[in-house]
Write a protein that binds this ligand. Structure first.
Ligand code: KIV
Length: 242
């Protein structure tokens, strides 16, 4: 699984054989420039998810429910998730939380809305969790993951937890575990696309691996263009009309 927030990126991911594309609320940080995922709105999630769905012919498209979800009534969350599926053509939503979200997950599933849960580090609860740090409370993690599965989640993201706990959860749960900072024993992995292609950011956790250096490539291309424009090398005759 990888994240995408726009048409061209989603098309590349889909055509490259990625099984599932997440329109993550990480878009608040990597696209909108906020310090946390909290500011992104439902309308903004829908706006980006529409672009992604338009590009995808094969992969499963999952959209994050934006903050706050566990403070709203079940009815409101179902209504919001319904809007996401109806307006974006995505197939599922992702919801941060485990045991405390069990009632909401069950209601969404009853309404015919497939739900992926998300336990461990939950960026939407960053202020109450005291920062972006590894979550090590095994008992709590098991409780959360089992509650999410029992409530009907079809899969679960495990974020920033020790590999040994992720391995235990992966063995214990019937639903697939998708890890980010949770070791190699999960059933699948997810990364934020901006991290994978190497856009530099102020917050770069240990679990991120950059497979390319697009940041440098883009800066070089922009400088090259600027130099050629100021020296009148661009546009050349081949880019001009008689
Ligand atoms: O918002 C997001 O991109 C996520 C993934 C990192 C799992 O939740």
């Amino acid at each position: 699984m990888l994240t995408a927030y726009d048409y061209p990126t989603a098309r590349i991911l889909d055509e490259s054989g990625i099984d599932s594309i997440l329109v993550g609320d990480s878009l608040a940080m990597v696209v909108q420039g906020h310090e946390t995922t909290l500011p992104v709105t439902l309308d903004e999630m829908i706006y980006h998810a529409k672009m992604v769905s338009r590009a995808v012919t094969r992969a499963l498209v999952i959209v994050d429910m934006p903050f706050p979800t566990n403070h709203l009534g079940v009815h409101t969350v179902v209504e919001q998730a319904g809007r996401i599926l109806k307006e974006t053509q995505a197939q599922a939503v992702k919801l941060e939380g485990g045991a405390e979200q069990a009632e909401v997950i069950a209601a969404l599933v009853r309404a015919g809305i497939p739900v992926m849960a998300h336990v461990g580090l939950r960026p939407q609860s960053i202020h109450s969790m005291g920062g972006f740090r590894v979550q090590r409370d095994e008992e709590l993690l098991i409780q959360d993951a089992v509650a999410a599965e029992e409530a009907g989640a079809f899969g679960i993201v495990l974020e920033c937890i020790p590999s040994s706990i992720a391995a235990t959860l992966t063995k214990r749960l019937r639903i697939p575990t998708i890890g980010i900072g949770a070791g190699a024993q999960c059933d699948g992995q997810v990364l934020v696309i901006h991290d994978l292609i190497g856009f530099k950011s102020e917050y770069s956790p240990r679990f991120v691996k950059a497979y390319a250096d697009v940041d440098t490539l883009m800066r070089e291309a922009v400088r090259h263009y600027r130099n050629e424009v100021t020296s009148r090398q661009f546009p050349g005759p081949e880019h001009s009309f008689e």
